[in-house]
Design a protein around this ligand. Structure first.
Ligand code: PEP
Length: 265
């Protein structure tokens, strides 16, 4: 087991991004499963990111924002209010019980035109509303094959955390290689940790050494242990495997085992 980092977070985070999936019935079942899993694994932080219309149901079910399961939005608008049809303001998410908000998921960047500047503006809006943004970064397959992964990640991280007069405290990063999302193909834990190291160096330079870096992309019960065995990986952001109670519970159980292994001398 490689040595622990001095700035390592207190708890590993297991975050489930439901994307545009679910119904009231499924949301209730998944929320209950997350609650049971979180209660059995207090060393792990559990967070759910349901579609916006299901947020009130999920927040009520898990007792957010004070209960053992955190809730988050999938994206907030950079503006606080106004004529932005379909937009969801950060304050609305906070009022719905959210503690977190994903920002700049690759699907949001691709489908809704969130470029680096807009992702940075949304992170500011989230912080202004008291939310903790989880900024998603990741290279495409073409960028990786062209040897540009590091430059892409540094650009995406710097756009949000760098070139600021004050550090963006209370924000996290999810490294999600675009080619690994929903494909069943992943980097090795060592490859992921190397990318986390590039991101960590930029966060340190930006004065955000305590920001967590999650890994995301085809995380499943069979591979989570490998990722969480690496001290540079502070948790996971999970899509597909968060949509089934048994697999999400298995992820939390595995994270608990990883947390225990990290504490062993
Ligand atoms: C995601 O899109 O955030 C994600 C990690 O999806 P999946 O786990 O399905 O690859």
């Amino acid at each position: 087991m490689p040595p622990a980092r001095p700035d390592a977070p207190d708890r590993l985070l297991v975050a489930g991004n439901w994307k545009m999936n679910g119904s009231r019935a499924l949301a209730a079942a998944l929320a209950q499963a997350a609650l049971d899993a979180a209660r059995a694994a207090p060393e792990v932080e559990v967070a759910l990111f349901p579609p916006a219309v299901l947020l009130p149901l999920v927040s009520d079910a898990v007792g957010a924002p004070r209960g053992p399961v955190a809730v988050g939005g999938q994206q907030c608008h950079p503006e606080a209010k106004g004529a932005h049809t379909m937009g969801i303001a950060a304050a609305m998410l906070a009022e719905a019980g959210c503690r977190y908000v994903l920002d700049g998921h690759s699907e949001v960047r691709r489908e809704y035109g969130y470029d680096d500047a807009r992702v940075a503006a949304a992170a500011e809006a989230a912080r202004a509303a008291g939310l903790r943004p989880i900024v998603c970064v990741g290279e495409t397959r073409a960028e990786r094959d062209a040897g540009q992964a590091r430059a892409v990640l540094e650009r995406q991280v710097d756009a949000v955390f760098g070139s600021r007069s004050a550090p963006l405290a209370d924000a996290d990063v999810a490294y999600e290689p675009v080619w690994a999302i929903g494909t069943g193909v992943t980097p090795t834990p060592e490859e992921a940790e190397r990318a986390h190291g590039w991101i960590r160096a930029r966060l340190d330079a930006a004065g955000a050494p305590r920001s967590r870096i999650l890994y995301g992309g085809s995380v499943a019960p069979a591979n989570i242990g490998g990722f969480l065995s690496r001290p540079g990986i502070d948790g996971v952001l999970v899509g597909g495997a968060s949509l089934e109670a048994a697999s999400f519970t298995a992820l939390v159980v595995a994270a608990r085992a990883a947390a225990a292994a990290r504490r062993r001398p």
